[in-house]
Write a protein that binds this ligand. Structure first.
Ligand code: GLA
Length: 586
């Protein structure tokens, strides 16, 4: 049985052939963590408080209890997994287990991307409900275990069961204690054109964190953090990794306490998040993925690849062979007309390329990057017959046809901006910070989401479009929606992500045969949240083959090869000036 409960010792055990995750309820009905790692027989572990209390300590026993959902205010001094301010103004939270239920299969998350199963018996789930009876907050902790890989997912649903509003100020989707800190930490660090370098170093004795405040997962840090044994290598040793199915600002951390115990966590970034939870309302956290391997980093990569390919990507394209594409961007930039594009397409056809992608510059008056984002109508000067005629000519060459969009943006010089100046992220009375001459649409607003769904649907239906490159070329500033009241402004970033996911869900549902590829200045939003909707991501704007070896190696630590868009480009390379042979680039 993958999910068991031992009523005598009050121990929950989620087990697969690869791993086990074990929790216990103590005498005060607190939920405690006992084990995450190699498979253990159910019933073999139980909670002995004396195992956790140091012989001599200045602290209360609560300081060292291995809480499954740590909260502050009652003697525990680490990073809280859940923090809620109540009408009294304090954020004391005392969560006690009230009920639990085993489920077959896996529930979906409301409004958020998440892993899924379509095979009976592949996944078993457990939901444990906890409650703080003083403030009437219920927290449902959802756990699922994937039988073949042993991957565990966890998400939380917070429900306000009382009659007073609550303010949610911090929420980690996973927070797991370890009884050692003699470990290495592994993560993916980068910058534009240098995405996802593998960093591995000793955990040390302090607090280690990676994060994004950008409103995107970002080029700098990826929502992936792993601990491994010092001697773990590619094929041996134990590894514990956490990842977040989310594309916005996040925090992942590993802190070491005064007894050299580590705690690994991942979730929303509290610096740019708060949420008013009115009576009767609920809030769902993004899903954390917990992956244990006793076969080194390779075992972890294999399990994450399998999960992301088979149980996260949901498009019919997920396991199809992807077409070889040619993209006109570096060949023409904004300077093209129909004949120039067709001459590239004819040549491409001759050498066996299968898909022609028209990049930036096909819409509005866009001849450089300072106008027209938001005006998604074709430029008839460049394309006299419009997209319909061009796509017909491309299809007549027996090539598929693809198109670039940057839907989340608006240029101040655009018809959209002139008619809806308040639709971008901004703060009244302050200047609007531009990056690449553009502002970000406020996707927390339903009217903006509806506009995008309708504008893009009409382009997708106006011509035969097989592929879409969905770009996003700047990070958030002034991320406080003008449509929200002052006490809800800090909800903007998360509301934006929910809005983006609604738009992506509607479009990918309505156009399931379009192959979507996500891009953000290259690989600035390469994360599991986007992979749910789009099976591949533009790995980097750096197309230099020598640099791509490192970028693609780092990316492969967590992400499947099929998720990486990879290009052979002209030499000397436009980013580095390096000349390499065609066979090396291949
Ligand atoms: C971003 C992308 C590029 C290209 C340009 C177009 O930089 O990463 O591949 O699409 O936008 O403006």
């Amino acid at each position: 049985m993958p999910v068991t409960f031992d009523p005598v010792n009050k121990v929950f055990c989620l087990s697969s052939a690869v791993s086990s995750y074990v929790m216990a309820i103590d005498d005060e009905n607190r939920l405690l963590h006992l084990h995450w790692g190699a498979q253990v027989p159910s019933g073999s572990l139980c909670f002995h408080p004396e195992d956790y209390c140091p012989v001599a300590s200045f602290d209360l026993p609560e300081a060292v209890l291995p809480y499954e959902l740590p909260t502050v205010g009652r003697g525990w001094y680490g990073l809280p997994a859940v923090s809620v301010r109540n009408p009294e103004g304090d954020d004391l939270l005392d969560l006690k287990v009230v009920s639990w239920k085993a489920l077959s299969g896996k529930p979906t998350l409301s409004g958020l991307p998440s892993t899924y199963t379509d095979r009976p018996g592949e996944v078993s789930s457990l939901v444990i409900s906890l409650e703080d009876s003083i403030i009437s907050l219920q927290v449902d902790a959802f756990y699922s275990i994937f039988e073949s890989t042993g991957v565990i997912t966890r998400s939380l649903v917070l429900r306000n069961r009382g009659s007073s509003p609550l303010i949610l100020t911090a929420l980690l989707s996973a927070s797991v204690p370890f009884w050692s800190s003699d470990l290495d930490i592994v993560h993916l660090k980068g910058a534009w054109a240098r995405e996802r370098s593998v960093v591995r170093q000793s955990l040390g004795r302090g607090n280690y964190s990676i994060s994004s405040l950008r409103g995107a997962s970002g080029h700098a840090d990826n929502p992936f953090l792993a601990l491994c044994e010092k001697n773990a290598d590619e094929f041996s040793g134990r590894v514990w990794a956490v990842s977040l199915v989310y594309s916005g600002s996040f925090l992942a951390s590993c802190s070491v306490d005064n007894f050299a115990h580590a705690r690994l966590g991942i979730g929303l970034n509290p610096s740019v998040f708060s949420w008013a939870l009115s009576p009767g309302e609920s809030f769902t956290s993004p899903e954390a993925v917990l992956c244990f391997s006793d076969r080194g980093l390779n075992g972890m990569s294999q399990a994450l690849h399998s999960l992301f390919r088979n149980n996260l990507c949901r498009t019919p394209w997920k396991n199809r062979e992807r077409p070889v594409l040619i993209n006109n961007w570096e060949a023409t930039y904004f300077d093209f007309d129909e004949e120039k594009l067709l001459s590239i397409a004819r040549k491409a056809r001759e050498i066996g390329i299968e898909l022609f992608v028209l990049d930036d510059g096909w819409f509005g008056r866009r001849n450089n990057d300072n106008c027209s984002l938001g005006d998604w109508t074709e430029n008839r000067r460049k394309l006299p017959g419009g997209l319909a005629a061009l796509s017909a000519k491309i299809h007549a060459l027996e090539l598929k046809f693809g198109l670039w969009f940057e839907p989340e943006m608006v240029s101040p010089d655009s018809d959209l901006y002139r008619s809806h100046e308040d639709w971008c992220l901004h703060v009244t009375g302050r200047s609007r910070t531009q990056a690449r001459n553009q502002l970000i649409l406020d996707l927390s607003r339903i009217e903006v989401q509806d506009y995008l769904i309708s504008a893009l649907s009409s382009v997708f239906s106006s011509a035969s479009i097989d592929y879409v490159k969905w770009d996003m070329n700047r990070n958030m500033t002034e991320a406080f929606s003008a449509a929200l009241p002052p006490d809800r402004k800090k909800e903007t970033q998360h509301r934006y992500m929910l809005g983006l996911y609604r738009v992506l869900g509607a479009l990918t549902d309505a156009f399931p045969e379009i192959l979507f590829e996500s891009c953000s200045g290259g690989g600035g939003r390469f994360d599991p949240g986007m992979l749910y909707y789009m099976p591949q991501t533009w790995t980097s704007d750096d197309t230099d083959a020598a640099e791509r070896i490192r970028i693609q190696y780092g990316t492969s630590l967590a992400y499947p090869l099929a998720s990486m868009g990879a290009h052979i480009s002209a030499v000397p390379n436009h980013q580095t000036g390096r000349t390499t042979s065609l066979s090396f680039r291949g």
